[in-house]
Design a protein around this ligand. Structure first.
Ligand code: UDX
Ligand code: ADP
Length: 465
C-alpha cells in the first residue's frame, strides 16, 4: 500500500474546508493543502482572525488554529497542489443545472469536468482521485475517461468517498462518523487505492466503520441517504398540517412513532421545511436519473418529497398572511433566523428565503436578524430569486444585528432558524415592545406554547392547532 505524505483538496467550501481540517488534525504526518480558485475564500481561510473563516462550524476554528501553517495549508496554487499530492480530493460545487438538458434537476458537472481536465494536464505521476462532492451515479467513469484520454500517460484510480457530515455538527460528525464509505474498482489496483484511503480514516476511526463498495453503489448511496433523510422530514411535515386541523400535536405523534425501534426517533422534527445545499439537489438528481432510465414511477415517488417541502414553506407564509387579517402590506415582520439550520452561516435553500419572498410579494416590511449570516448574503439570496429588483428588496427588507431593538412596533415575529439564543430572550419584554395583538409564528417549534400564550402572544406553532 502506498505511503501517503501529501494530499490536496480542490474546493475550500463547506465540505472541503472542515473535512481537510479534521484529516490534518488526525494525520500530523500528512501535508494537507486545500486549494480554491476563489482567492477571497482562500484569504478568509488564511485570516489571522479565526472569526473570519468563511465557514462557521462549532469546533472548526480551534482545529484550524492548531493545524494551519503546520500541516494544513490553504492556497490558490491549484496546479502546484495537484502536482505534489498522492491523493487528490475533488470537493467542488455541483449545483442543479440552470440550462439545457436536465435543467432544474440534473447536477451541473462543469466544475467537476474542469477539475478533471486540470488534474490530467498537471499530473506527472500516478494519483488517486477521490470524489468528495455528491455526484450522480457513473460520474466516476466520466472522470476516469477524461483523465485517461487527456492525461500524461500516468495511472489514475478514481474513488467515490461521499461526505455525510451535516452542517452545524460537521466536526463531531467527522470525528465520530457513523460510517465512511469508499467506492472504487474491484481490480487489484482499485482495491489497493481503497485501502490507501481507508488507512487515512483509520487514524481515528475503527476499521469496521469504513465500508468498501463498488464505485456505483457508493455514488448512489449518498443520494439515497439524503433522499431518505429528507423524506422523513417531508413525512412528518405532511402530518404537521393534519395535526393543525385535528388538535393532534405533531411532537406527540413524533414521539409516539419514534419509540418504535424500526422507525427510530431521529429526524422527525416538524419544521417550516428543510433547506441546505444537499437535500433538494440530491433528490432532484435522483429524480432525473430515475426518469432518464425510464423509471417514471420511481422519479414521481421521490419528487413528492420536494413538492411536500415547497408546500410546507408556502403554507407557513400563507398562514402568516391570513392570520394578520389577510394583509401584511406595510406591516413590520421580524425574522429570527435566516440560516437553513442553527450553528451554521450557510443559507443555501433556506426556508427563510422563500417565506420572505412570499411576504415581500405582499409588500410586508421585513427585518431579519441572524447571529451568523451577513447582510450581503441575505440580499444575495433574495436577489438571486429575481422576483423583485435589488432596490425593492433593499427597500422592503432590512437586516439588523440588534434583534431586540428590531421588534419595536413589530406586528409579528417569525422564527425561521432554531438558534438556541432565541429561547433565552426576555419574551415578556419583547411582548411589551410589539404592536398588539402581538403575533409569533414559530416555524421551528422552539418555544413553549403555554408560556407564550400566558405572556399575551398570539402564538402559532407548526404542527399544533
Ligand atoms: C444533510 C445530511 O444530514 C448530511 O448527512 C449530508 O452530508 C448533507 O445533507 P445538512 O443539510 O447539513 O446535512 O443538515 P441536516 O441536519 O440534515 O438538515 C437539513 C435540513 O432539514 C435543515 O433545514 C433542517 O432544519 C431540516 N430538518 C432536519 C428538519 O426540518 N427536521 C428534522 O427532523 C431534521
Ligand atoms: P460544498 O458545500 O460542496 O463544499 P461550496 O460551494 O461551499 O460547496 O464549495 C465549493 C468550492 O469549490 C468553491 O469555493 C469554488 O470556488 C470551488 N471550485 C469550483 N471549481 C473549482 C476549480 N475548478 N478549481 C478550484 N476550486 C474550484
Amino acid at each position: 500500500m502506498k505511503k501517503v505524505t501529501k494530499i490536496c483538496c480542490i474546493g475550500a467550501g463547506y465540505v472541503g474546508g472542515p473535512t481537510m481540517s479534521v484529516i490534518a488534525s488526525q494525520c500530523p504526518e500528512i501535508k494537507v493543502t486545500v486549494v480554491d480558485i476563489n482567492a477571497e475564500r482562500i484569504n478568509q481561510w488564511n485570516d489571522s482572525n479565526l472569526d473570519n473563516l468563511p465557514v462557521y462550524e462549532p469546533g472548526l476554528s480551534e482545529i484550524v488554529a492548531t493545524t494551519r501553517g503546520k500541516n494544513l495549508f490553504f492556497s490558490t496554487e491549484v496546479d502546484k497542489a495537484i502536482d505534489e499530492a498522492e491523493i487528490i480530493f475533488i470537493s467542488v460545487n455541483t449545483p442543479t443545472k440552470t440550462y439545457g438538458k436536465g435543467k432544474g434537476q440534473a447536477a451541473d458537472l462543469k466544475f467537476i469536468e474542469l477539475c478533471a481536465r486540470n488534474i490530467a494536464r498537471v499530473a506527472k505521476n500516478d494519483k488517486i482521485v477521490v470524489e468528495k462532492s455528491t455526484l450522480p451515479v457513473r460520474t466516476a467513469s466520466a472522470i476516469k475517461s477524461i483523465l485517461d484520454n487527456t492525461g500524461n500517460g500516468v495511472a489514475f484510480e478514481i474513488l467515490s468517498n461521499p461526505e455525510f457530515l451535516a452542517e452545524g455538527t460537521a466536526i463531531e460528525d467527522l470525528l465520530k462518523a457513523d460510517r465512511v464509505l469508499i467506492g472504487g474498482d474491484e481490480t487489484a489496483s482499485g482495491k489497493e487505492a481503497k485501502n490507501t484511503l481507508s488507512a487515512i480514516y483509520e487514524h481515528w476511526l475503527p476499521k469496521e466503520r469504513i465500508l468498501q463498495t463498488n464505485v456505483w453503489s457508493s455514488e448512489l448511496s449518498k443520494l439515497v441517504a439524503n433522499a431518505f433523510l429528507a423524506q422523513r422530514v417531508s413525512s412528518i411535515n405532511s402530518i404537521s398540517a393534519l395535526c393543525e386541523k385535528t388538535d393532534a400535536n405533531v411532537a406527540e405523534v413524533s414521539r409516539a412513532i419514534g419509540y418504535d425501534s424500526r422507525i427510530g426517533s431521529k429526524f422527525l422534527n416538524s419544521s417550516v421545511g428543510f433547506g441546505g445545499s444537499c437535500f433538494q439537489k440530491d433528490i432532484l438528481n435522483l429524480v432525473y436519473i430515475a426518469s432518464s432510465f425510464g423509471l417514471q414511477e420511481v422519479a414521481d415517488y421521490w419528487e413528492q418529497v420536494i413538492i411536500m417541502n415547497d408546500y410546507q414553506k408556502r403554507r407557513f407564509a400563507e398562514n402568516i398572511i391570513s392570520t394578520l387579517y389577510n394583509t401584511v402590506s406595510g406591516k413590520k415582520i421580524v425574522f429570527f433566523g435566516w440560516a437553513f439550520k442553527k450553528d451554521t452561516n450557510d443559507t443555501r435553500e433556506s426556508a427563510a428565503i422563500y417565506v420572505a419572498d412570499a411576504l415581500l410579494e405582499e409588500r410586508a416590511e421585513i427585518v431579519v436578524y441572524d447571529p451568523k449570516v451577513s447582510e450581503k448574503q441575505i440580499y444575495a439570496d433574495l436577489d438571486y430569486l429575481n422576483t423583485r429588483t435589488p432596490e425593492e428588496n433593499r427597500r422592503l427588507l432590512k437586516v439588523t444585528k440588534q434583534p431586540i431593538e428590531a421588534i419595536q412596533d413589530a406586528h409579528a415575529i417569525a422564527i425561521l432558524t432554531e438558534w438556541d439564543e432565541f429561547k433565552n430572550y426576555d419574551w415578556s419584554e419583547i411582548f411589551k415592545n410589539m404592536l398588539k395583538p402581538a403575533f409569533v409564528f414559530d416555524g421551528r417549534r422552539l418555544l413553549d406554547k403555554e408560556s407564550m400564550t400566558e405572556l399575551g402572544f398570539n402564538y402559532y406553532k407548526i404542527g399544533e392547532s
